[in-house]
Design a protein around this ligand. Structure first.
Ligand code: ADP
Length: 639
């Protein structure tokens, strides 16, 4: 029979499995048991609503069987099974979660490193079987099917799928264990002591019984008696079927019984993350609704996190039975990055997806979790800023979207969790840290927006604000200005964009002075406005510049950054959502002084100077002149 070929990435990974000297190869058992357990979860859930399954909770188990003569170890489950198509689809490529990470690692040119790390980092599931087996056979009968199928592969040369018979629904994964070498005792995986040790170490919390024949010794009577007539006893070695795992899930255990390390290992294994989580949250709640949960805050966003493909949600159990693999209703959108499990005996088992959405108990749990996640994040921010910043680099944008979505419903919840780059301190600070450090004279929380924080910090408009000793928060993301608008105030201090007209810096006398200066320079301003045409709505003398000659600011609600954002949305109307632009001139600057002089002495040259200054203001604000080449010519004409 023609062999089917593995997909390229899978083959590469397979090669690594087969050839690499991998110290953690024993995890293969954990991976196979975890697949078996998931498959049972699925069938068990079906059995709640479908009598045809014909199994009750007590009937489900995972079985490990050793055949020493054939050198095989079989991991069997009576779970949902796989159809021929599923065998092809699911075992023909490596776990999708792993594939992407693996591919990007390859792209990064870190192939050698990938060789060593990939297994531990990505948890490659089923394929890990090839670390210990020279041949893998999967015999599976899917629920609802009469026939079974046999998938078989000896590694990189491909695999075959053939129809076969199998009693009962479920899956047997048969590993033909490799021969021992000088360095490796693969034969250990055929001994009950080793298998028992591995189950205890990696799979103790699996909810389904893992059963196997274990060698035990027991006392037996020999049939003889000693001189006192007491029967003589002897020891006999027998095989006895035992359940080798304790079956108590981690989240059902007390803190003492489940260490943080165990929880972290559970997280990495279950949610396929190579990094330790930033925080582990455990809740054991009793009251209006009882539940236990074990939640994790990741430090790195999955590759598809900011796409529609990402499926948020927590695993939902009722008394140890999984009712939903990813229940999105338990998490508010702003915390969609949180992973974990929730187990509540108060939830009805045979509840439909739609009913679940309206379930009162579930809502209560969701509300509590929201508060808990917020307080844990705040705690992390206060106690381990480095770790929090790592988390924030991955998910800060999500928190910001959370502030602006649903008409700002979650702004109170989230404003304490935001961090922004401080121009003054040159590091990330919270809004509280900003307002706490404000001098008494400062009325506003100042911010500047550009495409990077460095550019924002260098905007000409920041000069007067900084000169007064006021810090500026640097915005570098489209959503930042909307966040400031939705929040409006923080700690009763209003937000103020340094590019807006009134920065609230001047005293009444200063204002009167400025108005006088405006009047005295009316002709200059009119001249520049004429040269600028409709690229700006207004030309004014600046009250915020110090060392720079010009800057661009805006009047009204829509700022330049917002305009840029709106216009970046495909299909948006180029004439809508436009900022009312104002060109500001710094009268103290020599360039502006020269322009003013040239106005009467050489109007033509003055016209060029005005246009060049306008283009400079636009460039500093991140707006390209309409015709950059013509701008270059203008500059040259001044030489
Ligand atoms: P992952 O578990 O990360 O998805 P695996 O490579 O371990 O990756 O498994 C791929 C898929 O194969 C699983 O998602 C599951 O659909 C299917 N599968 C593996 N083992 C079993 C099993 N024992 N019973 C049913 N389906 C299984």
């Amino acid at each position: 029979m023609a062999k089917k070929q593995f997909k390229a990435e899978s083959r590469r990974l397979l090669d690594m499995m087969i050839n690499s000297i991998y110290t953690h190869r024993e995890i293969f058992l954990r991976e196979l048991i975890s697949n078996a357990s998931d498959a049972i979860d699925k069938l068990c859930f079906l059995s709640l609503t479908d009598d045809k399954v014909g199994l009750t909770r007590e009937d489900f188990s995972i079985r490990l069987t050793v055949d020493n003569d054939a050198r095989t170890l079989t991991v069997s489950d009576n779970g949902i099974g796989m159809t021929a198509e599923e065998l092809e689809k699911d075992l023909g490529v490596i776990a999708r979660s792993g594939t992407h990470a693996f591919r990007s690692e390859q792209d990064a040119g870190e192939l050698e490193k990938a060789d060593i790390d990939v297994i531990g980092r990505f948890g490659v599931g089923f394929y890990s079987a090839f670390m210990v087996a020279s041949k893998v056979t999967v015999i599976s009968r899917a629920y609802g099917q009469e026939k079974a199928n046999r998938w078989e592969s000896s590694g990189a040369d491909g695999y075959t799928i053939t129809e076969c018979e199998k009693d009962g629904v479920g899956t047997d994964v048969v590993l033909t264990i490799k021969e021992d070498t000088d360095d490796d005792r693969f034969g250990d995986y055929l001994t009950s002591w080793k298998l028992k040790e591995l189950v205890k170490k990696y799979s103790d919390y699996v909810r389904w019984p893992i059963r196997m024949e274990v060698e035990t010794t027991r006392k037996i009577e020999t049939g003889e008696t000693d001189e006192n007539g007491v029967p003589k006893m002897d020891w006999e070695t027998v095989m006895e079927e035992q359940t080798v795992n304790s079956m108590v899930p981690l989240w059902q255990r007390s803190r003492k019984e489940a260490t943080d390390e165990e929880c972290v290992a559970f997280y990495k294994d279950t949610f396929r993350d190579s990094d330790d989580p930033a925080a582990v949250i455990r809740v054991n709640a009793e009251g209006a609704v009882s539940y236990r949960c074990l939640l994790f805050i990741p430090v790195r966003a999955p590759y598809d996190f900011y796409t529609r493909e990402y499926r948020p949600g927590l695993r939902l159990y009722s008394n140890g039975v999984m009712i939903m693999e990813q229940c999105p209703d338990l998490l508010p959108e702003c915390f969609r990055f949180v992973r974990g499990v929730v187990d509540s005996p108060d939830l009805s088992l045979n509840i439909s997806r739609e009913m679940l959405q309206h379930d009162r108990q579930l809502k209560l749990i969701a509300n509590n979790l929201e508060k808990k996640i917020k307080s844990e994040l705040k705690k992390l921010m206060d106690s381990d800023r480095d770790k929090y910043e790592k988390f924030y680099a991955a998910f800060g944008v999500q928190l910001k979207y959370g502030v602006v979505s649903d008409y700002g419903m979650k702004r109170e919840l989230l404003s304490d969790l935001l961090l922004y780059w401080s121009a003054d301190r040159e590091k990330m600070i919270s809004l509280k840290e900003y307002t706490d450090a404000m001098p008494e004279s400062q009325k506003f929380i100042y911010y500047a927006g550009a495409d990077t924080v460095e550019r924002a910090a260098k905007l000409p408009q920041t000069e007067q604000v900084r000169a007064r000793g006021y810090d500026i928060l640097c915005f570098d993301h489209d959503v930042d200005e909307f966040v400031a608008q939705i929040l409006g105030v923080y700690g009763e201090k209003p937000f103020c964009n340094v590019a807006s007209q009134d920065l609230g810096l001047e005293s009444d006398e200063e204002k009167a002075e400025a108005e006088k200066a405006d009047a005295a320079n009316r002709d200059l301003l009119a001249f520049v406005k004429e040269q600028a045409g409709d690229r700006v709505a207004n030309v004014r003398l600046s009250r915020k510049l110090k060392n720079h000659a010009v800057c661009l600011s805006s009047e009204g609600e829509i700022t330049l950054e917002m305009e840029k954002y709106f216009h970046s949305i495909p299909g948006s109307d180029p004439d809508a959502m436009k900022a009312v632009r104002v060109l500001e001139l710094n009268l103290e600057h020599p360039a502006v002084k020269k322009l003013d002089e040239a106005r009467t002495a050489d109007p033509e040259r003055a016209s060029v100077m005005a246009k060049v200054l306008l283009a400079q203001a636009e460039l500093a604000a991140g707006v390209l002149p309409d015709d950059p080449a013509a701008y270059g010519d203008l500059v040259c004409s001044l030489f």
